[in-house]
Design a protein around this ligand. Sequence first.
Ligand code: LLP
Length: 421
Amino acid sequence: MSDLIYKKNNLAFSHVDIGHLAKKHKTPFFVYSEEILVKNYIEFFDGAKNAGLKNPLVCFALKSNPNLEVLKVLAKLGSGADIVSGGELKRALQAGIPSHKIVFSGVGKTEEEILYALNVSKNGIYSFNVESIEELELINVCAKKLKRVARICFRLNPVVKPKTHKHISTGNKTHKFGLLEKDILESLHNKKLWSHSKLVGLSVHIGSQLLDLKATKRALMILSAVALKMGPDLEFIDVGGGLGVDYHPDETSRLPSIHNYMELVHTNLNKYFYAHTETKPRIVFEPGRRIVAKAGIFVMKVLRNKISEKNIFVIVDGGMNDFMRPSLYGAYHGLIPVKNVPATQHCHIVGPICETTDCFGSNRLMPKFNSGDLLVLKDTGAYGFSMGSNYNLRGRPLELLIKKDKKIKIINKAQDYTDLL
Ligand code: LLP
């Protein structure tokens, strides 16, 4: 059953009436559902176990949604964290995610961030997912300074071309991410780099919003071959994140199920890696979108209509500063009126920002709107609030959580002028 349905012509999300919520809380706002979040995490984790992957570790990618309360829900379920900054590290720890479940990716880790990560516990974090040899050098120097041993995982660039938007593709030579096989293997012989560092893992992340898993399969094959060449020291193999969701109805039939994805991971690692070694590294995952995208919606109010000959603009109070995906990637997101009224017009749903790209949907078939009517932008739990800004000096919107008992919790207050000016 869908999580967004009309009940007596009023839209409900995760069984909560949106119109009701908007009477109590000023639009625009994000609403997340604990129930959906929990369901998605468990489906992912159990999927890995059921496919036969032993002792999997799911490290939720904080960049997709770093809200503290969202993370607390995931932490309680046993989730780890994939982080890319000192800020995300602090937030993960605040949420109760233990340091031994945190992997640190990103090409630009600073000395300050590295020292912080090494210092969070006696053993630091679970791993630094290293993206360049200079970074490894710096981590080793930092660990020496602190008289610690840094746990190192190399992020492999497998040189593959996944089918996805070019801005979120990361697994090829032209991308800044990961290290080429030869550079990884060469570095293993350079003793200087390893005085205070220990090799523990090999990772790969080839891109995001993946629906076609051909490149994923290839990446797993290459990852396995490199892992075998690295020897018996690996404690884990990290297959990254990237599994997509169906934002557009046309994508539903192409959407890989968790079951199929886990089978693909299991089958290929078995065939290309485990079958050729006695060692049994565990598998780490770094999903973001698949866990949280569908657990959130963005609720907006219609400010007014504007008609320019054949172009009907419906101007809403949410903007690209609140939710960037359509303007940044031309991404499609479903738009649904909160009142179930027959659709009669094609219109453009636009925000108040002074940019032409501030448009949530062009030529959408919609009912006639009046000022004050409500609209929902679907599937905005991932890369929504986290990518927002104060552009045009607009305050950041409110975030709400529908708890399991259907109580509503304010999990981030809206900013007003006093916060900004
Ligand atoms: N691991 C690493 C190293 C990553 O760089 C990312 C995402 C993930 C895991 C999580 O990927 P996911 O499972 O969420 O696809 N802002 C873009 C997405 C950028 C993704 C960046 N890296 C969007 O809104 O589509």
